[in-house]
Design a protein around this ligand. Structure first.
Ligand code: ADP
Ligand code: MG
Length: 286
């Protein structure tokens, strides 16, 4: 395309709230055949809520709230909000540690306590009944965190985040254009699959640590031209690795800086609009 056509294209995008950093980005969009989405905050609203507490509810929520008090993870915010709503008093803990993609741990009464997924457990025990309850909740598209002390899981907290209204329409539009859609998440396979089914996303790559997300994009790039859509600090490496990085406008500054395209209106359907714009721009001179 001529420089003028590129300016027209990026200018049109800007008017629609699709900020395209330069003409080269717009050109790459035209080649994209696979769109990979982050889950939390991208496909879902990103404001998860506690739905179920299994075990001695007060004890489980108190311990979890104590541990999550210093975490800013969306799951931590959900737990803290629930504890506040239930007027739970959560005394401070020492030796707090956040483990990316796993959970948090700290010392409580001189013992190691934790909230997170099974990667945090090492050799801790979870009894069969809790295990079954966990699987049931996960099939309901709920993220389940294990709460434990020493070597024992004392309970579960299920947390649910709802898909954005536009997510299903966005994935339908991309699929009718013949593109492949994938969800990439650190969450559990069952939960991710349940949400993907709800919004019509083709494939799921789950249980991925934040540091491994960019590697998953690289693997896909062996066969596909990949756009990645994300919003979080953790998403920045995947955004820069992808052929086209698309950041949500409401995302963190780090994600916005890493994206070649920013969706100012936070509307996932604008991924398809960007594709249409690129086709128009590069189709014109063909
Ligand atoms: P996502 O890919 O959805 O952004 P993350 O990589 O941030 O997810 O987290 C993946 C998983 O790690 C969560 O589903 C949860 O099991 C666990 N986890 C991470 N941080 C926390 C936390 N602060 N409290 C409890 N669990 C956590
Ligand atoms: Mg996110």
């Amino acid at each position: 395309a001529t420089p003028t056509a590129l300016m027209v294209g990026t200018g049109r995008g800007a008017k629609m709230g699709i900020l395209i950093k330069n003409g080269e980005v717009l050109e790459k969009v035209n080649a994209v055949d696979t769109v990979v989405f982050d889950k939390t905050g991208t496909i879902t609203v990103g404001k998860p809520k506690v739905t179920d507490i299994i075990g001695d509810k007060k004890q489980v929520l108190t311990l979890a709230a104590q541990l999550e008090a210093s975490s800013e993870h969306p799951l931590a915010l959900a737990i803290n909000e629930e504890a506040q709503a239930q007027k739970i008093d959560a005394p401070t803990v020492s030796n707090f540690q956040a483990l990316s993609g796993k959970g948090v741990q700290a010392s409580v009464d001189g013992q190691r306590a934790f909230v997170g997924n099974s990667r945090l457990l090492e050799d801790a025990n979870i009894d069969d009944q809790l295990q079954q309850q966990m699987e049931k909740l996960q099939k309901e598209a709920k993220t389940v965190v294990l709460v434990g002390q020493q070597q024992q899981v004392i309970g579960l907290i299920a947390i649910q985040d709802t898909p954005k209204e536009t997510s299903e329409k966005a994935s339908t539009a991309l699929k009718s254009r013949g593109l492949k859609t994938i969800m990439l998440t650190g969450d559990n396979q069952q939960v991710a699959q349940a949400i993907a089914d709800e919004v019509g996303i083709d494939d799921v790559i789950a249980d991925v640590l934040p540091a491994e997300k960019a590697d998953e994009i690289k693997k896909l790039q062996e066969n596909y031209s990949v756009a990645f859509v994300g919003d979080g600090i953790n998403d920045a490496p995947a955004l820069t690795t992808a052929d086209v990085g698309i950041a949500m406008g409401a995302g963190t500054d780090v994600a916005i800086d890493a994206g070649g395209i920013v969706l100012v209106k936070n509307d996932l359907r604008d991924v398809d609009t960007a594709l249409a714009l690129s086709q128009k721009t590069f189709g014109r001179i063909k």
